[in-house]
Design a protein around this ligand. Structure first.
Ligand SMILES: CC(C)(COP(=O)(O)OP(=O)(O)OC[C@H]1O[C@@H](n2cnc3c(N)ncnc32)[C@H](O)[C@@H]1OP(=O)(O)O)[C@@H](O)C(=O)NCCC(=O)NCCS
Length: 161
């Protein structure tokens, strides 16, 4: 099947949301969901955004600014919202926000945030250029500039490794 990859795309075109129910196997004996369980889903939804944007395979190269602000409990509905903020050549910064809903009370709380960097790969597993970001709104432009600064910091830290 033939398809075209656009030279530029808006963040809106690739944004993704997943909704999950938290079960006892996701949590410690007190009912607090493991951070690692949430991270797995953050990586997954960020990967959907990265692959939607790049229309290629894409792998995680870093996760940073991971904050668990409030607890998520067994029985909560977890909603993860992900959007692309910044792209360079093959790298993409994806921002993920996690919100937990208590189904009985209906109360929704932002419980966590993270930035995940993905790199698009070609068929040989080498970094591949991704479409540019088409910035249409003020929010898109601000997030792009902030993402650029964070990416420069990441690359500085990477050099130290
Ligand atoms: C992705 C991978 C092929 C990149 O290879 P590499 O030799 O580092 O390639 P480069 O140095 O040319 O970097 C490629 C891009 O990745 C970016 N990058 C690499 N490591 C990064 C990091 N830690 N943070 C942010 N960006 C990073 C570079 O800045 C560059 O971006 P650009 O093309 O937009 O300028 C390699 O790092 C890899 O295979 N990593 C494992 C990924 C993986 O398997 N993840 C799943 C969990 S194990």
């Amino acid at each position: 099947m033939s398809y075209q990859v656009k030279p530029e795309k808006t963040p809106e075109e690739s944004q993704a949301e997943v909704i999950l129910r938290m079960f006892p196997s996701d949590a410690n004996p007190a009912g607090n969901v493991f951070g690692g369980e949430i991270l797995k889903h953050i990586d997954m939804v960020a990967g959907i955004v990265a692959q939607r944007h790049s229309q290629s395979n894409a792998v995680t190269v870093s996760m940073d600014s991971v904050n668990f602000i409030k607890p998520v409990y067994v029985g909560n509905v977890l909603k993860l919202n992900a959007r692309i903020n910044y792209v360079h050549n093959s790298s993409m910064e994806i921002e993920v926000k996690a919100e937990a809903e208590d189904i009985v009370t209906g109360i929704r709380t932002i419980t966590g945030t993270a930035f995940v960097t993905f790199v698009a790969l070609d068929k040989n597993g080498r970094p591949a250029e991704v479409p540019k970001l088409l910035l249409k709104t003020d929010e898109d432009r601000i997030k792009f500039e902030e993402g650029k600064i964070r990416m420069q910091e990441r690359l500085k830290n990477r050099k130290k490794l």
